[in-house]
Design a protein around this ligand. Structure first.
Ligand code: BTN
Length: 331
């Protein structure tokens, strides 16, 4: 049995949140007590919180609901149940990189999605790390070809942001908003982010890989490392909701949005963007490296550029290294 398979088995064993003795773990994985110890350390390195109590063994701080393809499929609305396909993987570097690799091998269906339980090299926008502890959040990437080339990419990430906002609202959460270009907030705290990677092809069309990270239940020790206000769905939902159900819902909302975007472009999302835009008609500052611009947010244009009004009139800003804040934000 491979190392990774042993780790997966150990996680499955511990997922119920009960105590398991070192001896019992060793027996079911056919490994020595010393090897059990090493595996436990590897799980901790993946962000899992574990207790070890002499005489009782090892236990997760709380049970985890592992992602299961069959359950996600069952929870998926009929329209998206069978196609496009999706996969659940355990530990990956970055789900975007995994999908990129599959896309480069060819034959990937539009809308193919890959969920990961943990990422060792999860990436956020502007070169930031995306903390991706095992089994607590959602990390997934969707492959989407852009037949008209990369100019459709800006709008695409806004459409996906709206899809997430609509999905969280449907789950019963209030106070959901979107922040240009691709963050989702709940009452002013970030709950999800989107990272679109593009691969351009010489002939014009492009491939996009839409990476989505959603905070479901951020462990305390991980939350302490996040350098901005954040929340997670488990804190915002009135009752616990199954992780597999949320995965199924989010995937369906995103696929529906991608389909609508391909058919009608960003205009299909303008109204919804206005409904969720956290800065619409509010004073904002835009940070572009050393440069800071002040103005009033006037929403987005038909291509997804941000509109900011100052004394000179309304200016358009495109994605990249631009960062948008409330004018009174401290950082
Ligand atoms: C951001 O807000 O900075 C974007 C975060 C995007 C994180 C997701 S998690 C799944 C996918 N894989 C990655 O490495 N990043 C994205």
């Amino acid at each position: 049995m491979k190392q990774t398979e042993r780790l997966d088995q150990l996680i499955m064993l511990l997922a119920n949140g009960e105590f398991h003795s070192g001896q019992a773990i060793g027996q079911s994985l056919s490994i020595s007590r010393a090897a059990v110890n090493q595996h436990i350390h590897k799980l901790e390195a993946l962000g899992l919180e574990l207790f070890s109590v002499t005489g009782r063994g090892y236990k997760l701080a709380r049970p985890i609901e592992l992602l299961q393809s069959a359950v996600i499929e069952k929870e998926t609305p009929i329209q998206w149940r069978k196609a496009p396909p999706f996969e659940v993987r355990s530990v990956v570097d970055s789900s975007n990189d995994q999908v990129k690799q599959l896309a480069s091998e060819g034959g990937l269906e539009a809308g193919f999605s890959l969920f990961a339980e943990a990422q060792t090299e999860g990436r956020g926008r502007r070169g930031k790390q995306w903390f991706s502890p095992f089994g607590s959040n959602l990390y997934f990437s969707v492959y989407w070809p852009l037949d008209d080339g990369i100019h459709g990419a800006m709008g695409l990430s806004l459409a996906v942001g709206v899809a997430l906002a609509e999905c969280f609202t449907e789950l019963g959460i209030e106070g959901v908003s979107v922040k240009w270009p691709n963050d989702v907030y709940i009452r002013g705290k970030k709950v999800a982010g989107i990272l679109v990677d593009l691969e351009t092809l010489p002939e014009g069309p492009a491939h996009s890989i839409i990476g989505i990270g959603i905070n479901l239940r951020v462990p305390e020790h991980v939350g302490a490392k996040i350098d901005q206000a954040w929340t997670d769905l488990s804190s915002e939902l009135l009752q616990p909701v199954s992780r597999n159900h949320i995965a199924a819902q989010v995937r369906s909302f995103v696929l529906s949005a991608l389909q609508r975007y391909a058919q009608n472009g960003l205009s299909a999302f303008e109204q919804s963007w206005r409904r969720y835009d956290c800065f619409l008609d509010k004073p904002v500052k835009l940070i572009m490296g050393q440069r800071v611009c002040l103005g009033t947010c006037r929403g987005i244009d038909e291509n997804g550029a941000l509109l900011v009004e100052d004394e000179q009139g309304v200016r358009r800003y495109f994605g990249g290294e631009v960062s948008l804040r409330a004018q009174d934000a401290i950082n």
